[in-house]
Design a protein around this ligand. Structure first.
Ligand code: ATP
Ligand code: MG
Length: 443
Protein backbone atom coordinates (compact mmCIF):
# COMPACT_ATOMS: atom_id res chain seq x y z
CA UNK A 1 0.00 0.00 0.00
CA UNK A 2 1.01 3.57 -0.54
CA UNK A 3 1.42 4.16 3.14
CA UNK A 4 3.92 1.34 3.70
CA UNK A 5 6.00 2.90 1.00
CA UNK A 6 5.82 6.27 2.74
CA UNK A 7 6.76 4.81 6.11
CA UNK A 8 9.86 3.17 4.69
CA UNK A 9 10.81 6.60 3.37
CA UNK A 10 13.18 8.75 5.42
CA UNK A 11 10.46 11.36 5.93
CA UNK A 12 7.82 9.89 8.16
CA UNK A 13 5.80 13.11 8.15
CA UNK A 14 5.02 13.12 4.41
CA UNK A 15 1.28 13.63 4.06
CA UNK A 16 -0.96 11.24 2.18
CA UNK A 17 -4.11 13.36 2.40
CA UNK A 18 -5.18 16.95 2.85
CA UNK A 19 -7.78 17.47 5.57
CA UNK A 20 -10.44 18.08 2.91
CA UNK A 21 -9.72 14.65 1.35
CA UNK A 22 -10.67 12.94 4.58
CA UNK A 23 -14.32 11.92 4.33
CA UNK A 24 -16.44 9.36 6.20
CA UNK A 25 -16.03 7.02 3.21
CA UNK A 26 -12.36 6.57 4.17
CA UNK A 27 -13.43 4.91 7.45
CA UNK A 28 -10.72 2.52 8.59
CA UNK A 29 -8.00 3.85 6.27
CA UNK A 30 -4.57 4.78 7.54
CA UNK A 31 -3.54 8.31 6.58
CA UNK A 32 -0.85 10.85 7.28
CA UNK A 33 -1.97 14.44 7.62
CA UNK A 34 0.18 17.48 8.33
CA UNK A 35 -0.48 21.03 9.38
CA UNK A 36 -0.90 23.22 12.43
CA UNK A 37 -2.71 22.85 15.73
CA UNK A 38 -5.58 25.31 15.73
CA UNK A 39 -7.32 24.29 18.93
CA UNK A 40 -6.95 21.77 21.73
CA UNK A 41 -9.74 20.67 23.99
CA UNK A 42 -9.04 18.36 26.88
CA UNK A 43 -12.03 16.61 28.42
CA UNK A 44 -10.02 14.43 30.76
CA UNK A 45 -10.43 11.01 29.22
CA UNK A 46 -10.43 12.36 25.70
CA UNK A 47 -8.56 15.09 23.90
CA UNK A 48 -9.56 16.85 20.68
CA UNK A 49 -7.12 18.56 18.38
CA UNK A 50 -8.22 20.66 15.46
CA UNK A 51 -5.58 20.40 12.76
CA UNK A 52 -5.45 22.99 9.99
CA UNK A 53 -3.82 22.66 6.59
CA UNK A 54 -4.17 24.66 3.39
CA UNK A 55 -7.47 22.96 2.52
CA UNK A 56 -9.27 23.19 5.85
CA UNK A 57 -9.65 21.47 9.19
CA UNK A 58 -9.95 17.98 10.62
CA UNK A 59 -10.61 16.75 14.13
CA UNK A 60 -7.94 14.52 15.61
CA UNK A 61 -9.41 12.63 18.54
CA UNK A 62 -7.25 11.14 21.28
CA UNK A 63 -9.15 8.77 23.58
CA UNK A 64 -6.61 8.20 26.35
CA UNK A 65 -7.42 4.52 26.87
CA UNK A 66 -7.26 3.67 23.18
CA UNK A 67 -4.06 5.28 21.86
CA UNK A 68 -0.49 4.42 22.73
CA UNK A 69 1.55 6.08 25.47
CA UNK A 70 3.80 8.04 23.14
CA UNK A 71 0.84 9.74 21.45
CA UNK A 72 -0.56 10.78 24.82
CA UNK A 73 2.82 12.11 25.83
CA UNK A 74 3.30 14.19 22.69
CA UNK A 75 -0.27 15.44 22.80
CA UNK A 76 0.24 16.65 26.36
CA UNK A 77 2.72 19.31 25.25
CA UNK A 78 0.95 20.46 22.11
CA UNK A 79 0.04 24.12 21.82
CA UNK A 80 -1.74 26.26 19.28
CA UNK A 81 0.12 26.73 15.98
CA UNK A 82 2.59 23.91 16.62
CA UNK A 83 3.44 22.33 13.26
CA UNK A 84 2.74 18.62 13.37
CA UNK A 85 2.21 15.52 11.32
CA UNK A 86 -0.26 12.85 12.38
CA UNK A 87 -0.37 9.24 11.26
CA UNK A 88 -3.63 7.65 12.19
CA UNK A 89 -6.81 5.88 11.21
CA UNK A 90 -9.84 7.61 9.76
CA UNK A 91 -13.01 7.02 11.76
CA UNK A 92 -16.52 7.83 10.68
CA UNK A 93 -18.04 9.79 13.55
CA UNK A 94 -21.39 11.54 13.24
CA UNK A 95 -20.71 13.88 16.13
CA UNK A 96 -17.42 15.19 14.70
CA UNK A 97 -17.35 18.20 12.35
CA UNK A 98 -17.87 16.85 8.79
CA UNK A 99 -18.76 13.46 10.27
CA UNK A 100 -15.20 12.20 10.43
CA UNK A 101 -12.15 12.19 12.71
CA UNK A 102 -8.65 10.75 12.80
CA UNK A 103 -7.43 8.55 15.67
CA UNK A 104 -3.63 8.97 15.87
CA UNK A 105 -1.06 6.20 16.00
CA UNK A 106 1.78 8.65 16.05
CA UNK A 107 2.23 12.42 16.20
CA UNK A 108 5.45 14.07 15.05
CA UNK A 109 6.16 17.62 16.16
CA UNK A 110 7.90 19.35 13.24
CA UNK A 111 8.21 22.71 14.96
CA UNK A 112 6.83 24.31 18.05
CA UNK A 113 5.20 27.73 18.09
CA UNK A 114 6.56 30.08 20.73
CA UNK A 115 4.00 30.64 23.47
CA UNK A 116 2.15 32.73 24.33
CA UNK A 117 1.13 33.72 20.81
CA UNK A 118 0.73 37.50 20.39
CA UNK A 119 -2.81 37.08 19.01
CA UNK A 120 -5.64 34.61 19.32
CA UNK A 121 -5.51 32.67 16.04
CA UNK A 122 -9.03 31.32 16.54
CA UNK A 123 -10.20 34.91 16.21
CA UNK A 124 -12.40 34.62 19.29
CA UNK A 125 -10.54 37.42 21.07
CA UNK A 126 -10.21 40.23 18.55
CA UNK A 127 -6.93 42.16 18.55
CA UNK A 128 -6.12 45.68 17.49
CA UNK A 129 -5.10 45.97 13.84
CA UNK A 130 -1.58 47.21 14.64
CA UNK A 131 -0.98 44.30 17.01
CA UNK A 132 -2.14 41.97 14.26
CA UNK A 133 -0.06 43.62 11.55
CA UNK A 134 3.04 43.44 13.73
CA UNK A 135 2.57 39.66 13.77
CA UNK A 136 1.14 39.52 10.28
CA UNK A 137 2.36 36.05 9.32
CA UNK A 138 0.56 34.64 12.33
CA UNK A 139 -2.47 36.88 11.81
CA UNK A 140 -2.86 35.55 8.27
CA UNK A 141 -3.56 32.00 9.47
CA UNK A 142 -6.90 33.13 10.90
CA UNK A 143 -10.05 32.22 8.96
CA UNK A 144 -10.89 35.80 8.04
CA UNK A 145 -7.61 36.73 6.30
CA UNK A 146 -7.57 33.28 4.70
CA UNK A 147 -10.96 34.08 3.19
CA UNK A 148 -9.87 37.58 2.11
CA UNK A 149 -6.76 36.36 0.30
CA UNK A 150 -8.58 33.47 -1.32
CA UNK A 151 -11.08 36.04 -2.68
CA UNK A 152 -8.20 38.24 -3.81
CA UNK A 153 -6.69 35.26 -5.63
CA UNK A 154 -9.96 34.38 -7.34
CA UNK A 155 -10.57 38.03 -8.28
CA UNK A 156 -7.15 38.20 -9.95
CA UNK A 157 -7.85 34.95 -11.73
CA UNK A 158 -11.14 36.38 -13.00
CA UNK A 159 -9.49 39.64 -14.07
CA UNK A 160 -6.92 37.75 -16.15
CA UNK A 161 -9.60 35.48 -17.64
CA UNK A 162 -11.61 38.53 -18.63
CA UNK A 163 -8.72 40.34 -20.28
CA UNK A 164 -7.57 37.25 -22.16
CA UNK A 165 -11.09 36.60 -23.46
CA UNK A 166 -11.30 40.23 -24.57
CA UNK A 167 -8.07 40.33 -26.55
CA UNK A 168 -5.78 42.17 -24.12
CA UNK A 169 -2.14 41.23 -23.67
CA UNK A 170 -0.51 41.34 -20.24
CA UNK A 171 2.53 43.62 -19.97
CA UNK A 172 4.97 44.66 -17.27
CA UNK A 173 6.46 48.11 -17.34
CA UNK A 174 9.41 49.45 -15.31
CA UNK A 175 8.84 50.41 -11.71
CA UNK A 176 12.07 52.37 -11.43
CA UNK A 177 11.60 55.39 -13.60
CA UNK A 178 13.38 58.61 -14.45
CA UNK A 179 10.38 60.94 -14.73
CA UNK A 180 7.37 61.65 -12.62
CA UNK A 181 4.20 60.59 -14.42
CA UNK A 182 1.98 63.36 -13.20
CA UNK A 183 4.13 65.81 -11.38
CA UNK A 184 6.38 65.11 -8.45
CA UNK A 185 4.22 65.60 -5.36
CA UNK A 186 3.72 62.03 -4.22
CA UNK A 187 6.81 60.29 -5.62
CA UNK A 188 9.33 58.20 -3.74
CA UNK A 189 12.85 59.06 -4.85
CA UNK A 190 15.41 56.24 -5.03
CA UNK A 191 19.14 56.27 -5.50
CA UNK A 192 19.84 54.74 -8.89
CA UNK A 193 23.61 54.29 -9.17
CA UNK A 194 24.88 57.85 -9.57
CA UNK A 195 21.49 59.32 -10.37
CA UNK A 196 18.16 60.03 -8.77
CA UNK A 197 15.23 57.96 -9.93
CA UNK A 198 11.68 57.37 -8.70
CA UNK A 199 9.34 54.52 -7.93
CA UNK A 200 6.53 54.51 -10.48
CA UNK A 201 3.21 55.99 -9.34
CA UNK A 202 1.45 54.28 -12.24
CA UNK A 203 2.34 52.65 -15.57
CA UNK A 204 0.61 55.53 -17.37
CA UNK A 205 3.23 56.65 -19.89
CA UNK A 206 4.46 53.18 -20.79
CA UNK A 207 1.03 51.68 -21.24
CA UNK A 208 0.05 54.54 -23.52
CA UNK A 209 3.16 54.04 -25.63
CA UNK A 210 2.51 50.31 -25.89
CA UNK A 211 -0.81 50.74 -27.68
CA UNK A 212 1.30 51.45 -30.77
CA UNK A 213 2.71 47.94 -30.50
CA UNK A 214 -0.08 45.84 -28.98
CA UNK A 215 -3.28 47.95 -29.20
CA UNK A 216 -4.89 46.43 -26.10
CA UNK A 217 -2.67 46.04 -23.07
CA UNK A 218 -3.21 45.45 -19.37
CA UNK A 219 -0.86 45.43 -16.44
CA UNK A 220 -1.28 44.20 -12.90
CA UNK A 221 1.60 45.62 -10.94
CA UNK A 222 2.69 47.69 -7.97
CA UNK A 223 2.24 51.45 -7.81
CA UNK A 224 4.01 53.60 -5.25
CA UNK A 225 2.70 56.83 -3.78
CA UNK A 226 4.08 58.86 -0.96
CA UNK A 227 0.58 59.51 0.38
CA UNK A 228 0.80 61.77 3.38
CA UNK A 229 -2.84 61.30 4.31
CA UNK A 230 -3.41 58.38 6.63
CA UNK A 231 -6.80 57.02 5.58
CA UNK A 232 -8.50 53.65 5.42
CA UNK A 233 -8.26 53.60 1.62
CA UNK A 234 -4.69 54.76 0.90
CA UNK A 235 -1.50 52.72 0.87
CA UNK A 236 2.01 53.76 -0.07
CA UNK A 237 2.34 50.63 -2.20
CA UNK A 238 -0.70 49.11 -3.87
CA UNK A 239 -1.48 46.93 -6.86
CA UNK A 240 -2.84 48.78 -9.82
CA UNK A 241 -4.85 47.05 -12.54
CA UNK A 242 -4.36 49.14 -15.65
CA UNK A 243 -5.59 48.98 -19.19
CA UNK A 244 -4.91 51.00 -22.31
CA UNK A 245 -6.74 50.52 -25.59
CA UNK A 246 -6.04 51.85 -29.09
CA UNK A 247 -8.84 53.32 -31.21
CA UNK A 248 -11.00 53.81 -28.15
CA UNK A 249 -12.62 56.63 -26.19
CA UNK A 250 -13.47 57.09 -22.52
CA UNK A 251 -16.93 55.64 -23.14
CA UNK A 252 -15.41 52.49 -24.68
CA UNK A 253 -13.13 51.82 -21.73
CA UNK A 254 -15.92 52.60 -19.26
CA UNK A 255 -17.83 49.75 -20.85
CA UNK A 256 -14.80 47.50 -20.41
CA UNK A 257 -14.62 48.52 -16.74
CA UNK A 258 -18.26 47.82 -15.98
CA UNK A 259 -18.21 44.49 -17.80
CA UNK A 260 -15.04 43.53 -15.94
CA UNK A 261 -16.54 44.44 -12.56
CA UNK A 262 -19.72 42.57 -13.31
CA UNK A 263 -17.66 39.52 -14.33
CA UNK A 264 -15.42 39.65 -11.27
CA UNK A 265 -18.40 40.07 -8.91
CA UNK A 266 -20.16 37.11 -10.53
CA UNK A 267 -17.08 34.85 -10.48
CA UNK A 268 -16.16 35.66 -6.89
CA UNK A 269 -19.73 35.21 -5.65
CA UNK A 270 -19.87 31.81 -7.37
CA UNK A 271 -16.39 30.50 -6.57
CA UNK A 272 -15.99 31.91 -3.07
CA UNK A 273 -19.25 31.02 -1.30
CA UNK A 274 -17.48 29.57 1.71
CA UNK A 275 -15.15 32.57 2.03
CA UNK A 276 -18.00 35.08 1.73
CA UNK A 277 -19.85 33.20 4.45
CA UNK A 278 -16.81 33.47 6.74
CA UNK A 279 -16.74 37.23 6.08
CA UNK A 280 -20.55 37.47 6.41
CA UNK A 281 -20.58 39.38 3.15
CA UNK A 282 -22.86 39.19 0.16
CA UNK A 283 -21.86 40.42 -3.27
CA UNK A 284 -24.63 41.89 -5.39
CA UNK A 285 -23.65 41.28 -9.00
CA UNK A 286 -24.20 44.73 -10.53
CA UNK A 287 -26.45 45.47 -13.49
CA UNK A 288 -24.78 47.24 -16.39
CA UNK A 289 -24.56 49.93 -17.62
CA UNK A 290 -23.64 51.66 -14.36
CA UNK A 291 -25.21 55.05 -13.76
CA UNK A 292 -23.28 57.99 -15.13
CA UNK A 293 -23.41 61.38 -13.42
CA UNK A 294 -21.65 64.47 -14.65
CA UNK A 295 -19.39 66.41 -12.35
CA UNK A 296 -21.96 69.25 -12.56
CA UNK A 297 -24.78 66.93 -11.48
CA UNK A 298 -22.70 65.72 -8.56
CA UNK A 299 -22.04 69.33 -7.51
CA UNK A 300 -25.81 69.95 -7.61
CA UNK A 301 -26.54 66.84 -5.54
CA UNK A 302 -24.02 68.01 -2.98
CA UNK A 303 -25.36 71.55 -2.93
CA UNK A 304 -28.83 70.17 -2.19
CA UNK A 305 -27.28 68.18 0.65
CA UNK A 306 -25.77 71.40 2.01
CA UNK A 307 -22.20 70.97 0.75
CA UNK A 308 -21.03 73.79 -1.47
CA UNK A 309 -18.16 73.15 -3.86
CA UNK A 310 -17.07 75.72 -6.42
CA UNK A 311 -16.88 74.59 -10.02
CA UNK A 312 -13.36 73.41 -10.75
CA UNK A 313 -12.63 72.24 -7.21
CA UNK A 314 -12.00 68.62 -6.38
CA UNK A 315 -14.59 66.73 -4.36
CA UNK A 316 -13.39 66.39 -0.77
CA UNK A 317 -13.57 63.14 1.18
CA UNK A 318 -16.39 64.26 3.48
CA UNK A 319 -18.50 65.07 0.41
CA UNK A 320 -17.91 61.54 -0.89
CA UNK A 321 -19.51 60.19 2.29
CA UNK A 322 -22.69 62.06 1.35
CA UNK A 323 -22.43 60.83 -2.24
CA UNK A 324 -22.07 57.27 -1.01
CA UNK A 325 -25.42 57.61 0.76
CA UNK A 326 -27.08 59.09 -2.34
CA UNK A 327 -25.59 56.50 -4.72
CA UNK A 328 -25.09 53.30 -2.82
CA UNK A 329 -23.40 51.17 -5.48
CA UNK A 330 -21.20 51.46 -8.56
CA UNK A 331 -21.50 54.68 -10.58
CA UNK A 332 -19.38 56.86 -12.82
CA UNK A 333 -18.64 60.54 -12.42
CA UNK A 334 -17.91 61.93 -15.89
CA UNK A 335 -17.06 65.28 -17.50
CA UNK A 336 -14.52 66.43 -14.94
CA UNK A 337 -13.04 69.91 -15.30
CA UNK A 338 -9.86 69.58 -17.36
CA UNK A 339 -7.91 71.47 -14.69
CA UNK A 340 -8.52 68.67 -12.18
CA UNK A 341 -7.11 65.96 -14.40
CA UNK A 342 -3.57 65.01 -15.44
CA UNK A 343 -1.95 66.47 -18.57
CA UNK A 344 -2.54 63.39 -20.74
CA UNK A 345 -6.36 63.48 -20.40
CA UNK A 346 -8.12 64.79 -23.51
CA UNK A 347 -10.12 68.02 -23.22
CA UNK A 348 -13.44 67.93 -25.04
CA UNK A 349 -13.20 69.35 -28.58
CA UNK A 350 -16.36 71.44 -28.14
CA UNK A 351 -15.69 72.53 -24.55
CA UNK A 352 -12.00 72.31 -23.65
CA UNK A 353 -12.62 73.26 -20.01
CA UNK A 354 -14.27 69.85 -19.61
CA UNK A 355 -12.30 66.65 -20.11
CA UNK A 356 -13.23 63.24 -21.48
CA UNK A 357 -12.55 61.61 -18.16
CA UNK A 358 -14.28 59.59 -15.50
CA UNK A 359 -13.97 58.25 -12.01
CA UNK A 360 -15.60 54.95 -11.19
CA UNK A 361 -17.07 55.03 -7.70
CA UNK A 362 -18.47 52.52 -5.26
CA UNK A 363 -20.43 54.28 -2.56
CA UNK A 364 -17.85 56.79 -1.28
CA UNK A 365 -14.75 55.01 -2.55
CA UNK A 366 -13.01 55.82 -5.82
CA UNK A 367 -12.27 52.52 -7.53
CA UNK A 368 -10.83 53.74 -10.83
CA UNK A 369 -9.92 56.79 -12.87
CA UNK A 370 -9.58 56.95 -16.61
CA UNK A 371 -10.39 58.72 -19.81
CA UNK A 372 -9.63 59.43 -23.42
CA UNK A 373 -5.98 60.39 -23.83
CA UNK A 374 -4.51 63.12 -25.94
CA UNK A 375 -2.89 61.52 -29.00
CA UNK A 376 -1.91 64.74 -30.73
CA UNK A 377 1.65 65.67 -29.88
CA UNK A 378 1.20 69.44 -30.15
CA UNK A 379 -1.77 69.43 -27.81
CA UNK A 380 0.11 67.21 -25.38
CA UNK A 381 3.03 69.65 -25.34
CA UNK A 382 0.63 72.51 -24.72
CA UNK A 383 -0.92 70.65 -21.76
CA UNK A 384 2.49 69.78 -20.31
CA UNK A 385 3.46 73.45 -20.44
CA UNK A 386 0.18 74.53 -18.85
CA UNK A 387 0.91 72.18 -15.95
CA UNK A 388 4.46 73.49 -15.67
CA UNK A 389 6.01 70.12 -16.46
CA UNK A 390 9.38 69.99 -18.17
CA UNK A 391 9.32 68.89 -21.80
CA UNK A 392 12.86 67.61 -21.44
CA UNK A 393 11.87 65.03 -18.83
CA UNK A 394 9.04 63.79 -21.07
CA UNK A 395 11.32 63.56 -24.12
CA UNK A 396 10.99 59.80 -24.59
CA UNK A 397 7.28 59.81 -23.98
CA UNK A 398 6.79 62.57 -26.53
CA UNK A 399 8.95 60.68 -29.00
CA UNK A 400 6.38 57.85 -29.06
CA UNK A 401 3.90 60.34 -30.51
CA UNK A 402 6.09 60.54 -33.63
CA UNK A 403 5.56 56.85 -34.38
CA UNK A 404 1.90 56.69 -35.29
CA UNK A 405 0.17 57.09 -31.94
CA UNK A 406 -3.47 56.04 -32.40
CA UNK A 407 -6.37 57.61 -30.52
CA UNK A 408 -6.54 55.71 -27.25
CA UNK A 409 -8.12 55.50 -23.82
CA UNK A 410 -7.63 53.61 -20.59
CA UNK A 411 -8.05 53.43 -16.85
CA UNK A 412 -6.46 52.23 -13.63
CA UNK A 413 -8.30 50.30 -10.93
CA UNK A 414 -6.83 50.00 -7.45
CA UNK A 415 -6.88 46.26 -6.76
CA UNK A 416 -7.11 46.65 -2.98
CA UNK A 417 -10.06 49.04 -3.31
CA UNK A 418 -11.79 46.43 -5.45
CA UNK A 419 -11.03 43.73 -2.88
CA UNK A 420 -12.61 45.97 -0.22
CA UNK A 421 -15.78 45.98 -2.32
CA UNK A 422 -15.68 42.21 -2.81
CA UNK A 423 -15.05 41.39 0.85
CA UNK A 424 -16.93 44.18 2.63
CA UNK A 425 -13.72 45.02 4.53
CA UNK A 426 -13.49 48.70 5.50
CA UNK A 427 -9.76 49.12 6.09
CA UNK A 428 -7.51 48.68 3.06
CA UNK A 429 -4.69 47.34 5.30
CA UNK A 430 -6.69 44.16 5.83
CA UNK A 431 -6.77 43.24 2.14
CA UNK A 432 -3.04 43.47 1.38
CA UNK A 433 -0.56 40.99 2.91
CA UNK A 434 2.03 43.46 4.23
CA UNK A 435 0.64 47.00 4.10
CA UNK A 436 2.86 49.99 3.60
CA UNK A 437 1.68 53.39 4.75
CA UNK A 438 3.20 56.55 6.09
CA UNK A 439 3.81 54.98 9.49
CA UNK A 440 4.40 51.38 8.55
CA UNK A 441 7.38 49.95 6.69
CA UNK A 442 7.60 46.66 8.60
CA UNK A 443 7.11 43.74 8.72
P1 ATP B 1 -7.62 59.10 -4.47
O1 ATP B 1 -8.30 60.36 -4.93
O2 ATP B 1 -8.54 58.10 -3.85
O3 ATP B 1 -6.39 59.35 -3.65
P2 ATP B 1 -6.34 59.13 -7.01
O4 ATP B 1 -7.36 59.82 -7.85
O5 ATP B 1 -5.18 59.87 -6.50
O6 ATP B 1 -7.09 58.37 -5.79
P3 ATP B 1 -5.55 57.67 -9.35
O7 ATP B 1 -4.30 58.34 -9.67
O8 ATP B 1 -6.77 58.03 -10.09
O9 ATP B 1 -5.84 57.84 -7.78
O10 ATP B 1 -5.28 56.09 -9.35
C1 ATP B 1 -6.15 55.13 -9.94
C2 ATP B 1 -6.75 54.22 -8.88
O11 ATP B 1 -5.73 53.64 -8.07
C3 ATP B 1 -7.64 54.92 -7.89
O12 ATP B 1 -8.94 55.07 -8.41
C4 ATP B 1 -7.61 53.98 -6.72
O13 ATP B 1 -8.48 52.87 -6.90
C5 ATP B 1 -6.21 53.46 -6.74
N1 ATP B 1 -5.35 54.21 -5.81
C6 ATP B 1 -4.81 55.42 -5.98
N2 ATP B 1 -4.04 55.79 -4.94
C7 ATP B 1 -4.10 54.75 -4.08
C8 ATP B 1 -3.49 54.51 -2.80
N3 ATP B 1 -2.68 55.39 -2.25
N4 ATP B 1 -3.76 53.33 -2.20
C9 ATP B 1 -4.56 52.42 -2.77
N5 ATP B 1 -5.14 52.59 -3.96
C10 ATP B 1 -4.93 53.73 -4.62
MG1 MG C 1 -8.34 59.23 -9.50
Amino acid sequence: MGLEKTSSHAYLWKRTHYTSDITPELDGREVIIAGWVREIRDLGGIKFLVLKDKEGFIQVTIPKDKVNESVIKVAEDLQRQDCISVRGTVKKMDKAPRGVEVIPESIIVLNRAKQPLPIDITGKTPADIDVRLDARVLDLVRDEPQAIFRIRHVALEAIREFFSKNGFIEVHTPKIIATATEGGASLFPVIYFEREAFLAQSPQLYKEQLVIDFEKVYEIGPAFRAEKSHTRRHLAEFISVDIEMAFATAEDVMEVAERLLQYVCRVVSERCRKELEILKHKIDVPQIPFKRFTYDEILNDLREAGIKINWGEDIPTMAFRTLGKLHPYFYFIVDWPTQLKPFYIKPRDDKPEISESFDLMWHWVEIASGGTRIHDKELLIKRLKEQNLSLESFKYHLQAFDYGMPPHAGWGIGLERLIMVLTGIRNIREVILFPRDRFRLTP
